[in-house]
Design a protein around this ligand. Sequence first.
Ligand SMILES: CC(C)(COP(=O)(O)OP(=O)(O)OC[C@H]1O[C@@H](n2cnc3c(N)ncnc32)[C@H](O)[C@@H]1OP(=O)(O)O)[C@@H](O)C(=O)NCCC(=O)NCCS
Length: 189
Amino acid sequence: MRIVVPSAAEPAVLEAMAELALEAAAQISERWLPSLARAREEVAEALGEGRRTRIAVSPAGEVAGWISCFHTYGDVWEIHPLLVAPRFQGQGIGARLVGEAERLIAAEGAGVIIVGTSDEVRGTSASGRDLYADLAGALATFTASPSHPAGFWLKMGYTLVGFTPDAEGPGMPSINFAKRPARDRRGRR
Ligand SMILES: CC(C)(COP(=O)(O)OP(=O)(O)OC[C@H]1O[C@@H](n2cnc3c(N)ncnc32)[C@H](O)[C@@H]1OP(=O)(O)O)[C@@H](O)C(=O)NCCC(=O)NCCS
């Protein structure tokens, strides 16, 4: 599996990224990328100014997954999106893409990496409850089903830092994670 920079000069690759995005996003959300047109927009955004985007290409030349990251404000960088084609999931590709994005972000001198993942599918303990009523309890008892990506981010060393209640509708929050970028041997970011 190679990790490479996608090029606007390769429309077939961009189309493969969009098709993959449509398929992978549908696993967790009905709203995020509801059409191929919207998935193509997501790809176009990922190739825009200030974005760092990488694709995983299989030995057969198929686009297996992709990731993008960007500066948001202050010392904050965000990873969005991360998508691995369903037939390539569970082979370490998501972890490799995250590692690559984290390396890029650390090289920018970032202070924190953030990731948000919505729960529209009742895949975590944060869904279907009033997070305003007991935020501390929801944080302390958080669990995710194996089919929801929240567990993947925990596995990648991200810390649950909060929720955005009702982000995708009543009882459907966004789950917010953060991670400190690696430092070099001199302790610099
Ligand atoms: C979430 C996603 C990116 C994971 O990619 P992947 O290539 O299947 O994951 P990997 O094979 O690299 O898994 C790395 C590790 O995380 C674990 N893992 C993967 N998905 C997991 C999940 N949903 N919950 C808990 N652990 C998970 C794996 O078991 C593996 O653990 P190991 O190192 O002990 O073997 C992929 O399933 C996907 O694209 N899903 C649909 C879109 C999506 O949810 N994107 C993220 C939106 S925030």
